[in-house]
Design a protein around this ligand. Structure first.
Ligand SMILES: *Cc1c(COP(=O)(O)O)cnc(C)c1O
Length: 407
């Protein structure tokens, strides 16, 4: 008899985006003349930078000729891209990362989901609340949790991000082995200072733990005092893996390219307590289960690091940050408190009522769609996430409607 992985039955169905869609279509049926503005789902809206499109086209043309055709590439990514990443994203900022510590992939979602298979089933995992759901669900699938009761999985150490701690979780009271953190954060938009990241790095070093640092939104950091990479913190190379993506930084959500950094001195321990190289393990996994990102996509990603590419992606991010500024100012003028929106495309608003009531009010009164914070974990209850990913005109119109209706 073929049996299933019972852990899948513990997963909570995520109704978040389908519930949102249902309420939006009901509203639209009753109000066919209102143009509903979506500031909900975390997807970019603007086209690829022209320099990436040009490189993409050129690489496709190369694939058409026998003389320049490329078949399977290196699983870890082409040297041209790994080198550009290491030099521009790390070495230029004083973070010592070598090109062979970069693993190019088709997404940070897959990488943050897949990485947990390198670790034993009986480790203790710490996961933020509220959170990007991938970290939690993949550990549930792997059998690292008990059942789901009262909004939480048994066996997980939840790192609460609240108003009191500025949405930067405190170190856990008990000893944990694997820690997920994400800054700038999705969904709260909060950022962490170098000193705050240092406390996590020190904790991991003291407890032989490992940090999984999701930096998918680093390109939104404009405050130069904030770290973009965890490797800007001393001692992080031994205790942290970092995930990055071209999805939000260059509009690659539908094109697919990301990378994971596993330093060669990054370690985990075997049953005898001997240190093992995570770089070797991840390399083995990547080569066994993944056959590389397509060549034209890697050329398009490489173009991000040209002078033109840097200017065009900076403009792209500035555009969304201008939207975020506008959202923040309007929310503040209405007397709500919020976090994020400064070095992040997300604004996390304290709705002063439950998340879904606030969602319904924005939809029904203003025709604006946001995301209820409760969908990201129990600490998200009472909050909504507004996303800056839309056109400036739409954001302006959405905020004007909200201001008219909520004043
Ligand atoms: C969007 C996002 C990513 C990027 O995922 P891709 O698979 O690279 O598109 C990673 N982490 C978080 C928290 C995100 O919001």
């Amino acid at each position: 008899m073929i049996k299933i992985n019972e852990n899948y039955l513990k997963l909570q169905a995520s109704y978040l985006f389908s519930d949102i869609a249902k309420r939006v279509s009901a509203f639209q049926r009753e109000n066919p003349d209102i143009n509903v503005i979506k500031l909900g789902i975390g997807d970019v809206t603007r086209g690829l930078p022209p320099v990436c499109v040009k490189a993409f086209h050129k690489a496709v043309d190369e694939m058409a000729e026998d003389s320049s055709f490329r078949g399977y590439g290196p699983e870890q990514g082409y040297d041209f891209l790994r080198r550009a990443i290491a030099e521009n994203d790390f070495q230029a900022r004083g973070a010592e990362i070598a090109e062979d510590e970069i693993f190019v992939s088709d997404g940070a979602k897959c990488d943050t989901g897949n990485i947990q298979e390198l670790f034993s089933k009986d480790i203790t995992v710490a996961i933020p609340d509220p959170v990007y759901p991938v970290y939690l669900d993949t550990n549930v699938m792997a059998g690292r949790t008990g059942n789901y009761t009262d909004g939480r999985f048994d066996g997980i150490v939840y790192l609460e991000a609240t108003r009191e701690n500025g949405f930067v979780p405190q170190l856990p009271q008990q000893k944990v082995d694997l820690i997920y953190i994400c800054f700038p954060n999705n969904p709260t938009g909060s950022t962490a200072t170098r000193e705050e990241l240092k406390t996590w790095v020190d904790y991991a070093r003291d407890n032989k733990a490992l940090i999984l640092f999701d930096a998918a939104y680093e390109s939104f950091i404009r405050d130069n005092s904030l770290p973009k990479s965890i490797y800007e913190v001393e001692g992080a190379r031994e205790v942290a893996i970092e995930f990055r993506s071209f999805s939000k930084s260059a509009g690659f959500t539908g094109t697919r390219c990301a990378y994971t950094v596993v330093p060669k001195d990054c370690r985990a321990f075997d049953a005898q307590g001997h240190s093992q190289s995570l770089h070797s393990l991840w390399n083995r996994r990547h080569c066994t289960k993944f056959n590389g990102v397509s060549y034209p996509v890697q050329r398009a990603a490489e173009a991000v690091y040209s002078d033109e590419g840097k200017a065009q992606t900076a403009e792209l991010i500035s555009y969304y940050l201008r939207n975020a500024d506008l959202i923040r100012r309007e929310i503040e003028a209405l007397g709500y408190t919020y976090d994020g929106g400064r070095n992040s495309p997300y604004i996390w608003v304290d709705g002063q009522r439950d998340s879904w009531s606030f969602f319904d009010m924005l939809l029904n009164k203003a025709g604006v769609v946001c995301t209820p914070g409760a969908g990201f974990g129990s600490c998200g209850e009472g909050y909504i996430r507004i996303s800056a990913f839309n056109s400036y005109e739409n954001v302006k119109e959405a905020m004007a409607r909200i201001a008219r209706q909520l004043q």
